[in-house]
Design a protein around this ligand. Structure first.
Ligand SMILES: N[C@@H](CCC(=O)N[C@@H](CS)C(=O)NCC(=O)O)C(=O)O
Length: 192
């Protein structure tokens, strides 16, 4: 079994943290999606990381699906509630923080193509701002949700230093500072 992942991917980072926190032994194979390596395209025709290769011709793709698979393999885990309202709350926090990453990545690719303004750009920034404002109410709901929130915030630090989420959302800053020395977070911080 292998996790194909780029070391800067925030989606993959969440899984690398889960793997560490759950004590699973799944090697990470550094994979640059934009190079279209054959192993990635075989595992995931979308050409995106992360992808979890289970073995002979079987792979799981999309980080929330892979996260669910990892958590299901660890029946005694306490990172994410597995049933009821708390479970769907956690899945929604996961989706909201993924949405921040999706919007940030759209902005990043647009910038790379010289598109730095316009309705679509404004829409991504507005989605990021609104979602950041919604996250403080979700802090502390479960360890997994806190991890998802910190990963999204730290990805903004990496790629969008101008988004000053620490000033606009001090509760998120307090969470990030409380978790900053978590070994799995330290071990998975992207190379600067
Ligand atoms: N929804 C996917 C998003 C994955 C994603 O966008 N990964 C980026 C790297 S951070 C990628 O592989 N991009 C290459 C591409 O879009 O072609 C997930 O959660 O796994």
């Amino acid at each position: 079994m292998q996790l194909l992942a780029s070391l800067t991917s925030p989606y993959a980072r969440r899984l690398r943290i889960l793997i560490a926190e759950l004590g699973l032994d799944i090697p990470v194979v550094p994979t640059a999606p934009m190079d279209n390596p054959a192993a990635l395209l075989t595992a995931n025709p979308l050409g995106k990381v992360p992808a979890l290769v289970l073995g002979e011709g079987t792979a799981i793709v999309d980080s929330p699906v892979i996260a669910a698979w990892l958590l299901a393999r660890s029946p005694t885990q306490t990172l994410m509630p597995t049933t009821g309202t708390a479970h769907w709350h956690a899945r929604t926090t996961e989706a909201l923080t993924d949405g921040i990453l999706d919007a940030a990545i759209i902005l990043r690719f647009n910038t790379g193509q010289g598109v730095t303004s316009g309705v679509w750009t404004d829409r991504q920034y507005a989605a990021i701002d609104r979602t950041l404002a919604a996250l403080p109410a979700r802090i502390g709901a479960s360890p997994y949700e806190d991890i998802c929130i910190v990963i999204a915030c730290e990805y903004l630090d990496l790629r969008f230093a101008a988004i000053d989420w620490r000033t606009t959302q001090p509760a998120l800053a307090a969470l990030q500072s409380r978790l900053t020395d978590t070994p799995a977070l330290i071990a998975t911080r992207p190379p600067q």
